[in-house]
Every structure is written in C-alpha cells, then in structure tokens.
Design a protein around this ligand. Sequence first.
Ligand SMILES: NC(=O)c1ccc[n+]([C@@H]2O[C@H](COP(=O)([O-])OP(=O)(O)OC[C@H]3O[C@@H](n4cnc5c(N)ncnc54)[C@H](O)[C@@H]3O)[C@@H](O)[C@H]2O)c1
Ligand SMILES: [Zn+2]
Length: 362
Amino acid sequence: MQTITVDLKERAYPIHIAPEGWEALPHAIGESIGDRKAMVVCDQNTYRLYYESVKAALESRGCSVCPAVIPPGEASKSFEQAQALYTRALEAKLTRSSTIVALGGGVVGDLAGFIAATYMRGIGFTQIPTSLLAQVDSSVGGKVAINHPLAKNIIGAFYQPHMVFINPHTLKTLPPREFSTGMAELIKHAFIADSDFITWLEQNIEKLLSCDVGALAHALYRSCSIKARVVEQDERESGLRMILNFGHTIGHAIESATGYSKYTHGEAVAIGMVYEATLALHMGLIGQEYIKRLSSLLERAGLPTVLEAADWDLIFQRMAYDKKNVGSGITFALPTGYGKLEVFKGVAIDDIRQALIGMQHT
Ligand SMILES: NC(=O)c1ccc[n+]([C@@H]2O[C@H](COP(=O)([O-])OP(=O)(O)OC[C@H]3O[C@@H](n4cnc5c(N)ncnc54)[C@H](O)[C@@H]3O)[C@@H](O)[C@H]2O)c1
Ligand SMILES: [Zn+2]
C-alpha cells in the first residue's frame, strides 16, 4: 500500500492506494473510526459488487455498519436523495463522531460527502472511490455537492474526508466507457503538471486499459499526487486550483449545450482540452506537437477529440454563463508547455471563435 498525504494542516488526510485490494482496508481504517458506527453509502451497482467486502473490513475493526443504497446516476445528487440519507442517518442514530463512508463513483462521493458535511454540522467522512474518475479526481480535494434543478453542483461545501482508500481492482468491473471518462482526468493531470508522466502514459497506456494492477497503482499514485499538491496550495479554488480546470471551460459548455446526455463528463473534457489547446496554439503559447500528443493519448484511451455537429453559438453562450467566469471575456487555464498551465482572464469571444471555428475547417 502506498500513501499520499494531503497536507491541509489540521485537516490533513491520507490517500491510500492498495494494489493488495480489500485485505489492506482494515489496516487503513486503523483506530480512527470514531464511535464505531459507520453508514456506507453506495449505489445499487457498488452495493452489489463491493459492500460485503467493505462491511467485513469495518466489522473487523469493531464497527457496526449499515448500508444506504441510492439508484446509480447523476439524478441521485438531489434534494430528495439527500433527505432520504439524512433520515437513514437519524434512524441509524449516527452521532457527530460516527462516520459516513462513500463507496462508489463521483455521484456517491459528492452526495455522501454533502451529507457528511451537513448532518449535525459535520461528521466523519471516508471515501472509497470505485470509478476511475472518482479515484483520480472527485475523491481528492474535498469538493462535495448536490445539484439544483437549475444548476449542477451548486449546493455544496468544501469538506475534506478523513481518509481516502483506493482499491485499483475495483476498476476491473467498471464499464469501458466509464473507464475512458476517468482517463480524461488522469491524462489532464499529466498535461497540467508532469511532462515525465505524459511520456510514461504514452509507453504504458495499454497496460492501464487492460487493468494491469501494478500499472494502475502507479498511475493512480502519480495522478492523485498532482491533484493533492494543487489542492494543498489552493484548497478553496481562489487561484492555482483553476489549473485543474484545463479542458473544463469548453467541456462544461459542451455538456450543457448537449443536454448532459450525448457525452460523459470525461468525453466533454477530452474534447474541451483539445479545443483549449487549439486556442493556446492560436495565441502562440504552444506548438502543434502538443496537440498531436494530447489528441493521440486521448484517442488511445477511447475518448473523442472532435465535436460532432457543433452548435457553436449555444456553446459560446454556455461558456459565458460558467460560474468561474468573472468580468468580461472568458477565463481559461491554458497550456504554455508540457506540464505547464497558466490562467488567462478576459479572453475575447471573437478570438475563441476564430481559433475553434477555424480549426473545424482544417
Ligand atoms: N467533487 C469533485 O471534485 C468532482 C470532480 C469531478 C467530478 N465530480 C462529480 O462526479 C460525478 C461523476 O462521477 P462518476 O463518473 O464516477 O459517475 P458515477 O458515480 O455515476 O459512476 C458511473 C457509473 O459507474 C458505476 N460504477 C462505479 N464504480 C464501479 C465499479 N467499480 N464497477 C462497476 N460499476 C461501477 C456506477 O454505479 C455508475 O453507474 C459527477 O456528479 C460530477 O459532478 C466531482
Ligand atoms: Zn472534470
């Protein structure tokens, strides 16, 4: 088992990456489990696949455990599911020193984390992410949220877990499209912060796609370390953390303009990264080779790199609505070299239009 510490002073916590699998979980749980009551939030898929293993590990540490199962899918990040979980927590008599365990993908992690942050003004929280996206991205950094019918992730908090435990074997049951979606964020981490990791991915991506546990553990370690280092320096997203947004300004606009149904988040971010890199090329920040290497890795990971039938006007409109845009023009985190990103404020819509629409015809 390898451990990364997210150093947020009094809220510091470990991320354990365990190629040994569930047998390492009791040790990771240690003695840190409060009053020894745990509610494990899962969706129907992760309940069926992994609840028994996690329950056994918690019980081996003297915990009493109850499950709370939600339907899979984004629709569960709702007020209704939140209320059902508060009820379940009250029925299970969870106290302020009890623990909520999130066992699942980003939907489970975001929802369960939101409950942990608000039930009794905050109780213990452990993340056991099971999708690649959750392992490299949503479980690290403490952003938790539910959706409002008018906007995604708009009701939330920054609430750090006490521990993250990653079992890479869980990725063997993940549907391939979900695996690819997580690969987009993993590849993003390499391009924003670690040019050696880009080369490593170029040499080892097939091993990751075939779920070679050694290769997965290595990639998870490097990817989580990158996100952890960024979060340490900017926990509440006031500056540096914006570099994690590479591909997301255009990616979010694509998701929203296509009704959150055509592309998964990672697919939209993959296209967004290529387009934002194209904008960086247009602004003279990087060369053509950057885009070739980025697109080639994304394509090898099974991700799209070009938008089909673009409705650009709608996409530009949605970009202007993005909650991260302040003042006039659009804020982008753009590459300035391999493993390097800078934030550019007030990029004019006309420049973006020229760069992107020009690209569609080349
Ligand atoms: N908090 C953050 O910083 C952050 C960052 C990125 C994304 N997110 C959020 O994460 C969510 C998306 O997360 P996701 O992509 O993990 O989606 P998800 O949680 O819906 O999981 C995707 C699907 O995979 C299934 N699944 C998960 N693990 C599995 C496994 N090991 N084997 C088989 N099936 C498995 C789930 O049941 C689900 O059907 C979005 O709501 C997004 O807003 C949050
Ligand atoms: Zn993302």
